[in-house]
Design a protein around this ligand. Structure first.
Ligand SMILES: Nc1nc2c(c(=O)[nH]1)N[C@@H](CN(C=O)c1ccc(C(=O)N[C@@H](CCC(=O)O)C(=O)O)cc1)CN2
Length: 287
């Protein structure tokens, strides 16, 4: 079996097209959605991702405000900037590009963002709302994964979903989102990580395997069973090449569906960020 490629680039473009009339409707009501992106330091990958976000805003008609700060920026200065953006009526979404330089307290910084402008969905208030099944902003990458499954009619009903990875920005929120659906869908959700003993015993049970461990090519053909759906969330730079957490070549002939890297989940993160920003602007109009 040769896996069907899940085209994240195509789906992300479809989603951004679907957002256009919503943005036009807001602009006609004199409300242009605004996204502020704070980039601290000069991490090359982060610069690419921030540029992708700016380009997405430009194409969609969203006002984009970028603050590029030196890696030596103090915590207080960063908190003051967030205060300004929290109080800026032209800004409906605020994100701080991760990772931050080590001297900055990531939690303190992220928790300082007004939850109602937290379009990354990382604030405890929003994660709490997600946990109780009443979300405002879903974290962009997990939401993008869910959208890919949905738009390719990959149903989790009565399926075993195995997530490899437990980060705060993907693994944990994604497991919460799928558990919410699993109740009604009679699905089973398993979370593994790079420290899981006998990892193969878990991954080989998966009908749907989501690799989000941040470990290049970790998931090989021996770790999966025939016909599994493979979603690769990994974004690893290896010898200047972007590779996922899945060893694509050893998996593609066993899987039924697979997301490529690049061109899979990555572009979905951007599209869902745009969706959260538009939603935030709409909420200021309609509550
Ligand atoms: N504040 C945040 N920081 C980070 C997040 C996040 O959601 N919020 N996620 C990742 C990085 N990320 C978004 O910021 C991100 C990663 C990858 C892509 C993407 O489009 N990847 C492309 C290839 C891009 C390239 O040319 O290298 C692909 O996979 O096709 C977008 C966003 C960590 N930080």
């Amino acid at each position: 079996m040769k896996a069907t490629l899940i085209d994240g680039k195509k789906v992300s473009q479809e989603i951004r097209e679907e957002l256009k009339p919503r943005v036009q409707n807001l602009i006609q009501q004199d409300l242009k959605p605004g996204l502020a992106v704070i980039l601290v330091g000069d991490d090359p990958a982060s610069q690419v991702y921030v540029r992708n976000k700016e380009k997405a805003c430009e194409k969609l008609g969203v006002y984009s405000l970028k603050h590029q700060l030196p890696s030596t920026t103090s915590q207080n200065d960063l908190l003051h900037l967030i205060d300004e953006l929290n109080n800026n009526p032209a800004i409906h979404g605020i994100l701080v590009q991760l990772p931050l330089p080590k001297h900055l307290d990531e939690k303190k910084i992220l928790y300082h963002i007004n939850p109602l402008k937290d379009v990354d969905g990382f604030h405890p208030y929003n994660l709490g709302r997600l946990m109780i099944g009443d979300p405002i902003f879903l974290p962009c990458t997990p939401w993008g994964v869910q959208e890919l499954l949905s738009r390719y009619q990959i149903d989790i009903s009565r399926k075993h979903v195995v997530i490899v990875g437990r980060s705060n920005i993907v693994g944990k929120p994604l497991s919460m989102m799928l558990v919410q659906k699993a109740k009604a869908a009679n699905a089973t959700i398993t979370i593994c990580h790079t420290g899981t003993e006998n990892l193969a015993q878990h991954t080989q049970m998966a009908d749907i395997l989501i690799a989000a461990a941040g470990s290049p090519k970790m998931i090989t053909g021996e770790l999966i069973r025939e016909g599994v759906v493979v979603i690769d969330v990994g974004i690893n730079k290896v010898e200047d090449k972007l590779v996922g957490d899945v060893d694509f070549d050893s998996v593609v002939d066993k899987a039924s569906f697979i997301t490529p890297v690049p061109g899979g989940v990555g572009p979905m993160t951007i599209a869902m960020l745009m969706a959260n920003t538009v939603k935030s602007a709409e909420r200021t109009l309609h509550g």
